[in-house]
Design a protein around this ligand. Structure first.
Ligand code: GDP
Ligand code: IMO
Ligand code: MG
Length: 431
């Protein structure tokens, strides 16, 4: 067996950190790219060669014909969305035979989407602000052992039986939905046909590749604070977004993971509801929204924006085992002076250094900030760390000090080319 080389890429905040861009950037050096969690609640934007792509189900390695792209067992998959996404890509000359879907992945059904929206309506002012894609109800069915898996799509009799049981189980919730088993089968038939040949035991493919020492990228979806266990519950998604789930959600041995790259914006954003200690409702927040074009890839909603929060990031480093950080959207901070970074919270006179579990506590937390000097000018054309303004380098160095992990990649624009790979940790150089 060769030395295993799995690199897990995870969001270190509330999602939308730029995982798609960084996965695509790193995919050049990988043999295989796999998703291990989430579904089409994810929206990963990739820009290169003057073109822009938005991926929801498909791993960001799809642009390389020679890389196998895997949708792991930990995902929930909407057959219509996946088929249309792949068709859209093919029309633009991307992808072909390099997609594999885990036979153990769960399928998002029309009733999941219906229940997702109904549940949000029922929650009223306590709504979570889900993406409405049926994610929560699909994962609920997985845990309840009522779920339909990709392998079930290959047996039309079994598929029909499972739909009938599900509609019966959920009768009260689905009243007035007009959903019938026949209707669902008819709707899904063409998508199942399109997916069929790609459904297989993907964990086996990954294991064989690991044994040969092939470089594998595991592309996370969402982020640490949306994680089912460690996120800002209940304002989270319904799957584990942290690196540990790469093993469960793709069926790979934990020992095969050699690297965990955390992706963080140079500031903080979140979509949906829930407490957000460093949120800015002033001109600086307006700057981040406008210059950062902070609108959701999946739902188009304006993202809430705020200062960088090292309490969150330290937490993300710890629960993910992040070995290095990719810092994105540094270009967006140009023109804001001074810059704040939260280093702790104040709660009822007490100083908290660790991210709290209780959302009532988090909602009452006041961030304790350190101030950093800002910089001006367009840095989106910079291609080496040494050419960045001193204040930007100091900002990055401070992040490394606070998190105790090196910043190894810096992104200064949405395009693939607007990426700087740091040759070493800034901590090791004097400014
Ligand atoms: P993901 O869900 O983590 O893949 O992130 P999204 O694609 O949802 O959101 C990140 C957004 O920021 C996308 O529109 C990217 O094109 C864009 N982006 C990524 N990196 C940079 C960067 O360094 N600078 C700027 N200005 N935009 C970036
Ligand atoms: P990527 O992979 C940002 C958020 C939703 C909502 C909560 C629950 O692009 O980073 P869900 O539909 O999952 O039940 O919604 O989670 N959310 C995301 N926010 N980026 C994402 O994915 C997200 N996926 C889910 O906005 O607050
Ligand atoms: Mg996104």
């Amino acid at each position: 067996m060769k030395k295993p080389s799995v690199c897990v890429i995870v969001g270190a905040q509330w999602g939308d950190e730029g995982k798609g861009k960084i996965t695509h950037y790193l995919a050049d050096h990988a043999h295989l790219v796999a998703r291990f969690g989430g579904g089409n609640n994810a929206g990963h934007t990739i820009s290169f060669g003057g073109e822009k792509f938005k991926l929801h189900h498909v791993p960001s390695g799809i642009f390389f014909q020679d890389k196998l792209c895997i949708l792991g067992n930990g995902m929930v998959i909407d057959p219509q969305v996946l088929t249309e996404e792949l068709e859209g890509l093919r029309k633009r000359g991307i992808g072909g035979e390099n997609i594999r879907i885990s036979d153990r992945a769960h399928i998002i059904m029309p009733y999941h989407r219906y229940i997702d929206r109904k549940q949000e309506e029922t929650r009223g002012k306590h709504m979570l602000g889900t993406t409405g894609r049926g994610i929560g109800p699909a994962y609920t069915d997985k845990v309840a052992r009522s779920g339909i898996r990709a392998s079930d799509l290959l047996d039309s009799e079994l598929f029909m039986e499972k739909i009938i049981i599900n509609l019966k189980e959920k009768e009260a919730l689905l009243e007035g939905s007009g959903l019938t088993a026949e209707g669902i089968i008819a709707q899904y038939e063409p998508y199942i046909e399109a997916m069929k040949s790609s459904i297989t035991d993907t964990s086996l493919i990954l294991y064989e590749a690991i044994k040969k020492g092939k470089k594998i990228l595991m592309e996370g979806a969402q982020g640490a604070l949306l994680d089912l266990d460690f996120g800002t519950y209940p304002f989270i998604t319904s799957s584990n977004a942290i690196a540990g789930n790469a093993s469960v959600g793709a069926g790979i041995p934990p020992w095969s993971i050699s690297q965990v790259v955390g992706i963080s914006k140079a500031y903080t954003t979140r979509v949906g509801t829930g407490p957000f200690p460093t949120e800015l409702n002033d001109d600086n927040g307006g700057h981040l929204l406008k210059v950062g074009a902070e609108y959701g890839t999946t739902t188009g909603r304006a993202r809430r924006c705020g200062w960088l929060d090292a309490v969150i990031l330290r937490f993300a480093v710890r629960i993910n085992g992040i070995t290095e950080l990719a810092l994105t959207k540094l270009d967006v901070l140009s023109g804001i002076d001074p810059l704040n970074i939260a280093v702790a919270y104040r709660h009822r006179g007490k100083r908290l250094e660790n991210f709290p579990a209780d959302m009532k506590v988090l909602a009452e937390c006041e961030p304790e900030y350190i101030q950093m000097k800002g910089w001006t000018g367009d840095i989106s054309g910079v291609r080496e760390i040494a050419a960045l303004p001193q204040a930007a380098r100091d900002y990055m160095k401070k992040i490394e000090e606070l998190l105790e992990v090196p910043v190894t990649i810096v992104s200064v624009g949405a395009d693939r080319d607007q990426t700087i790979v740091a040759p070493f940790s800034l901590l090791s150089v004097s400014s």
